[in-house]
Design a protein. Sequence first.
Length: 279
Amino acid sequence: MVNSLNSSIFLPFTLFETVARFDDYSADDMQCGDMGEDELLALGLRDISAKVDPYRLVLYDFPLNTPVDNEFSFPQSGRKISHQECVNILFTEMKELATMFSFYGKYKILIGEMIEHFRYGNGCGFYSSRLDLAFHDRLNSYTLDNPRLLIESLIEKFFSNPNSQNLPALLHEIKYNLLSSALPKFNAKEDRINGLGITVHDISALAIKLFSLNKYAIGWDATLFFDAQDHFGLDVIDIQNKLYRQFRFFRIWFFLQRHRDFAFKPFFTNFHTVIRIGK
């Protein structure tokens, strides 16, 4: 016999929500077209591309052919090109450089799709069923401070005690303990090459909701909804990071996003999954 507990608590019930808001357009990594040449140069963004000088709109006669910073770079000879030619070259180069971080596994094509969306999406949100799958797999694969496992263990503890009756107290305990759990980020070692680290890496906003909770004569089950969002954009802190700034990929990305004459819009990456737990 099923004892549905849904009627005794208001569902869906939000178990966790990050302080960071969903759809936060005020975040620095969501800004675009807000800098001129002087501001970019002040950040050290002198050597942007190996193929073109996007400040002067000059195509180099002899490409540098290096994915990392050339601290000894000097003005290259070349020919003037149009703004649109420069855009085409920078996006092509960005895609080529992305393969350094995305050359293995079923998610490696994601970065190409997201670069295309960066160019043509005009800031609209991005969704991919592949990201949903990756998110689902991540929640079911790691064990340290996993919010899914924490919720499961607390509900199991509650139902294993025959005297437990206070469901609101259980939900409060879950909410409190989730504050010390870890967000399911894509920052594992394999994410550096499988396309997930370069496309998502972090999670900006996360909400966990309890959709159903049922007690059986033997056992129980629950349905959880994980809703997540990241920003496909770079902020000043990102480009000042010594690791990131050494790669042309990130310098091109920042330039295309933040230079006022290019101003390609960053966007929100949305992904979610439904997970059923129980004993």
